[in-house]
Ligand binder design. Structure first.
Ligand SMILES: Cc1cc2nc3c(=O)[nH]c(=O)nc-3n(C[C@H](O)[C@H](O)[C@H](O)COP(=O)(O)O)c2cc1C
Length: 156
């Protein structure tokens, strides 16, 4: 299975970069072929699955990622797309779920029509890496690929 993980970041060593590398690690362990691409380095859409993520700054996903999705809407229309965000609002517990869904995830979803098959919210950080999040990200990526393999009727 060929997977492209696409992201943008404001910090070269920030949470989003850690998280996409953890996703890549878990998917590669599960024998997927994974390309990690900054949004402006995507020139090929020949993948089985796209995983597209953005950190949240000032209450919204990065414009670069929103623009990438809207500009490539037609190319992604018949593809499977997973979106994720990295934010800190989820520090305040589950009562923020609805807010996160509406304010942070919806703007990304609105730019991809019906192709979104899964979404995830990961917790970022300001200074010190949150290594607890690693376990969660790896587990999520493993479950994602299991789900994909099942839906494609493939066996590992
Ligand atoms: C200036 C600034 C604004 C932020 N605004 C939000 C926000 O509106 N909502 C939120 O949940 N997190 C917010 N955060 C937290 C970031 O989403 C979090 O730090 C994340 O790790 C940033 O991604 P990065 O580490 O890849 O840069 C903000 C962080 C900064 C520094």
């Amino acid at each position: 299975m060929k997977i492209c993980v696409i992201y943008d970041t404001k910090r070269k060593n920030g949470a989003t970069v850690h998280i996409v590398k953890w996703i890549q690690e878990a998917l590669t362990d599960a024998k997927a072929e994974v390309d990690l691409r900054s949004w402006d380095k995507v020139d090929d859409f020949d993948y089985d699955l796209f995983i597209v993520g953005s950190p949240i700054y000032w209450e919204r996903p990065l414009k670069s990622v929103l623009n990438f999705l809207s500009e490539n809407r037609a190319k992604l229309a018949d593809k499977k797309v997973v979106i994720f965000i990295v934010c800190m609002a989820n520090l305040f517990g589950h009562f923020t779920d609805e807010y996160i869904d509406k304010r942070y995830l919806k703007p990304l979803e609105e730019n991809i029509s019906d192709s979104v098959v899964e979404k995830a919210v990961f917790r970022g950080w300001l200074k010190k890496p949150n290594h607890n999040e690693r376990r969660k990200v790896i587990k999520w990526a493993r479950e994602l690929i299991e789900m994909e393999l099942r839906s494609n009727g493939q066996r590992r």
